[in-house]
Unconditional design. Structure first.
Length: 471
């Protein structure tokens, strides 16, 4: 376990702010400046945009400067133990801020709030407010409770809440790409996963509000939307007239908003992704040819223990369909877990051979982290030693790196269309953007601006980036 008490030098220096009395706080914008920090998956980042919208409607203003905030909200992740450690460590940092400004409110939102509930308030004295992912409409009332001197908590999980009628306020936006939440929760109950317990039952957002949000984003100059859900392929919504809309139909409805609006989506579940979805992707040039298809393991025995509801053969058949319908160029990425309960060396070799069979463009790879309350924690034994998990994880990462480089090589010497997203991180003289299969391209600037589509000749690549010149 890491030592949660230790602050780095920079963190201590970052807290060197003048003391503020409660009276001063009240004078300064009536105590309504909120600073939000988000952790974890894209859904959490999208949720913070919903939270900001709800708070702004209620007279709050957001600040990116934590030192001037009256309220700090951490939108948290609980997927692995170290995600929660990170938050507890961050709270240590804020303890020093609160010592200097006793009127400061600290709230925990999201999955860690939902998982730990009142325990968070008991264990972390600095925490004033705890709100689960379905309780964000209640935040203004919860903040009022805190300003009345009470601790406030709402961790009620809803079967209906989709925040469909709330227009998110884009945070840290490049003005080109935006996330659009299409569903919430998950019904899959993979044995390792805490999401069904922290985000509740699966529910889909109504189609008209999704389309209205995408249309508005396009009018505002955005050129790419990513449709978000834990399992987008199980999207289903029924109109008042009784018409059932599935994910392929939703995808088509978003694609026709405007041919210049690129559409991406995440995450697909291998058991649910249909050929209808793949053919819809093929039909529309603006639906990006990239699929994130988490495998988690290449071993049938482990997939069964994980209750993933597919076999390695089924998974490979889905990959075959992707290649048949969308071709070799379609980007495919994975999530993989190393060292799940009872995983043997042979199971691990099956994972490495799945990587070799598919040759993914990209991957998110994790060592198994047992989560309290999950079926795996209750019924299985987390028996793979930490050093073995780490060694296996490293082998998966090393192989993926080779494949990422190979897949990038495929683009060298080609002319690609790039949506420009902004300045390259390394040089103001270069722009960066993505091709539709989600590869980052960096090239010297011409006259183009953010949001333009340009053609670039790819000259070379690294395992993470394509490098080229404007055509
Ligand atoms: N819904 C998506 C799916 O089914 O693929 C993924 C959701 S989860 C937020 C993202 C990834 O975290 C999972 O695909 C899995 O690889 C990883 N993950 C989830 N629980 C984990 C655990 N207990 N230990 C390690 N990794 C985990
Ligand atoms: Fe978790 Fe499985 Fe649901 Fe993904 S599909 S969120 S891994 S339970």
């Amino acid at each position: 376990m890491q030592d949660l008490k230790v602050l780095t030098k920079e963190e201590k220096e970052g807290l060197d702010v003048p003391r503020i009395s409660e009276d001063q706080v009240a004078e300064n914008s009536f105590g309504k400046k909120v600073y939000i920090e988000s952790y974890g998956c894209q859904m959490n980042f999208a949720d913070s945009e919903v939270v900001t919208s709800i708070l702004q409607e209620n007279g709050y203003v957001t600040t990116s400067n934590v030192k001037e905030a009256h309220t700090i909200l951490l939108n948290t992740c609980a997927i692995r133990e170290n995600a929660e450690h990170k938050i507890r460590h961050r709270l240590q940092v804020f303890t020093h801020l609160k010592a200097k400004n006793p009127a400061l409110t600290v709230g925990i939102l999201g999955c860690m709030a939902e998982r730990l509930k009142t325990k968070l308030i008991d264990e972390e004295k600095i925490v004033d407010l705890v709100a689960g992912p379905d309780a964000y409409r209640d935040l203004p009332a919860l903040l009022d409770e805190v300003s009345d001197g009470q601790k406030a908590i709402n961790v009620f999980l809803s079967r209906e809440e989709t925040y469909g009628n709330i227009e998110p306020v884009r945070l840290n936006s490049n003005g080109v790409t935006a996330m659009v939440s299409i569903m919430r929760g998950c019904d899959n109950m993979c044995t390792f996963c805490v999401v069904p317990y922290t985000r509740g039952r699966e529910r889909s957002r109504d189609l008209p509000s999704i389309i209205a949000e995408c249309e508005k984003l396009f009018q505002q100059g955005y050129r790419e939307v990513t449709l978000l859900g834990q399992n987008v392929d199980s999207y289903k919504w029924t109109s008042e007239e009784g018409q059932l809309v599935n994910f392929a139909q939703l995808l088509e409805a978003v694609a026709i908003v405007n041919p210049l609006l690129r559409v991406r989506f995440s995450t697909s579940h291998p058991k649910d992704i249909t050929d209808e979805v793949l053919y819809t992707m093929k039909k529309y040039d603006n639906i990006c040819k990239n699929i994130h298809l988490p495998a988690q393991s290449g071993s049938n025995r482990i997939l069964e223990l994980m209750k993933r509801s597919y076999t390695r053969e089924w998974y490979l058949d889905r990959i075959k369909s992707i290649r048949n319908i969308l071709g070799e160029e379609c980007g495919v990425s994975q999530d993989m877990i190393a060292g799940f309960c009872t995983e043997t060396e042979e199971d691990h070799q099956d994972t490495l051979s799945l990587l070799a069979d598919v040759e993914y463009d990209f991957g998110y790879m994790f060592a198994y982290s047992e989560r309290p309350g999950t079926p795996a924690e209750k019924k299985l034994t987390d028996d793979v030693p930490e050093e073995v998990k780490m060694r296996r994880l490293q082998e998966i990462i090393d192989l993926q790196r080779i494949h990422s480089a190979n897949r990038n090589e495929m683009w060298v010497g080609r002319k690609v269309q790039v949506l420009v997203e902004g300045d390259s991180k390394k040089s103001k003289l270069h722009h960066f953007g993505k091709i539709d299969s989600n590869k980052v391209v960096v090239f010297p600037k011409g006259n183009e601006v953010k949001g333009d589509y340009v053609f670039v000749n790819v000259n070379h690549c690294t395992s993470g980036t394509l490098l080229g010149e404007l055509c």
